[in-house]
Each structure stands twice: as structure tokens, then as C-alpha cells.
Design a protein around this ligand. Sequence first.
Ligand SMILES: [Mn+2]
Length: 298
Amino acid sequence: MLCGILKREWTDFKPNYHFLGIPLDISSSYRNGARYGPDSFRQILRSENFECVTEGGVILKDFYKIQDWGNIGVIPTNLRKSLQLISEGVLDLILNEHPFLLFGGDHSLTIGTGEAFEEADLSIHVIYLDAHLDLYDEMMESDLSHACTLRRLSEISGFQGATVLGYRFFTKEQLSYAQNNNINVISTNELIHQSDLFQFGFEIAKVLDKKVNRVYVSVDLDVLDPSYAPGVGNPVGGGISTRELIWLLTGIFRGLKTQIISWDIVEYNPTYDSAEITAFTVIKLLLESLGAQINNNL
Ligand SMILES: [Mn+2]
């Protein structure tokens, strides 16, 4: 048992939420090590002293029975095959409308998830929290680089647009691709000038809830300032704080009333973490995000 909520399978355990680790960092363009993210994160969640309670006083184990399926066995020398394995790994969860969280791993894993939605013949809108736009057509001679993730997602058959939140590192070409391909981009600067980020996220989700069939949420930890999340592959200074991300993310999850939640947290790289700052940030994000989803699905 992890933190009272994450469990391995045993008889008569009927999970209502699913957790999968993806130890992938083949497509990282700068600092490798995200493959150690899922296991490192689990190690901290296993702490005896750790309570799964939100700031609102919600005891998560009263609502959640989370099945931890362990890690998808990706192949470190074959990215294309790894994405296929990821797609196959989440397809059943998608087809059965089970809420799930994927924990990475570099951001290219989200391409595999997108391919699973395509395979399931389901359309998705992607809410993409990231310091980068990830709209390069190719990076370092690879069209599956983590810097190409949103570009590849925009090409899947059921793509119903995307909302990028918190970007601050981009090229003109990427911005113009976004404008021409139904990708709404909101910069870090625009975010921090909002008077109420919870309400801002809530309104985005409410509008999407009426307009699109399904929302997938992808959280790249580099959306945070490196002082809050030093353990990421490609840090970019000048980001939002943990508190601001909690407001934004909980607003989004609270606003997605009719959606089955499927999401990922990516780019956690423990080899560059200092004093486990990023890991504790992630745990806090996870707890508050799960708390915000309770009225929706459980
Ligand atoms: Mn990024």
C-alpha cells in the first residue's frame, strides 16, 4: 500500500482510479534521467509519515481506490516501439472510461497516449501546461522528440484543439502553427496577471466541457519555475509557483464536470532534483488535483 491510496492488485479490490508509470527518457533533448521518475516518486509516496489529505480536509482514501499498475515496460533503445507499448497499455483504460494518471518519463509519452485515443476512435482536446510549446515538426532529426509532442498530438484524427498554459520559450514558427491549428496559447505572463487562477482554470474547463467531447490534461513540470521544480529535463526560468499551479490545476479539474479525467505528469527527473524539492512539489500537486476531481467522477 502506498500512502493509503495506491495499491497493487489483489482479489476483490475494485479500483476507481488507475496509476501507471512510464520510465521513458529516450527523446529528452537535454538532460536525461526522467526514466527514474516513476520509481523515485513511488518511493516518496511510500513514506510512513505521509498523509493523503488535501488542504480542504478531504481524506483521499475515503474516495479513492487507486490501482498502481507499476511501469509500462518501454524499450530504451526503441522510441517508436515504446510509444506503441504506451498506447497499448492505456487503450483498455480509455475504452472502459477509467480515470487514470500517467507518471513520466519525458513528454514524448503523451504522443503514445494520443495514439491510444486515436485507436479508440475518440476525439480529445488537450490542456497542455508547459514552459515550451512543443510544436517543432522535428528536433535533433527526430519527429518523436519531446519537443514535438503537441505537434504530433495536433495531427491525430480526433484532435479537437489544445489549450497551452504557461509557455514562455518558443519560436515564431511554433506560434504561427498554433494560431493556424486551433491551439490556444496562454503565456506565463498572461497567467500571472490573472486575479484568480482557480477561477481562470475553472472557466477554461467549463467552456471546454460544453464544446468538446473529452479533455486530456498534460502537466509538464517545467511549467513551474525551476526554484519549485529543479528536477526537470529542460528548465526555463521565470515560471509560475507551486501555489499558482495548484490554483490553476484544481480550477481546471473542478470545472471538468462531465469528463472522465485522464492526465499525465511528465518530465520529473530525480537525477537533477535537489533535496527532493520537485518530488514534494509533485506530491502536493497530485493530492490537491485528486481532491479537486472528487465531485466529478467519484
Ligand atoms: Mn516542456
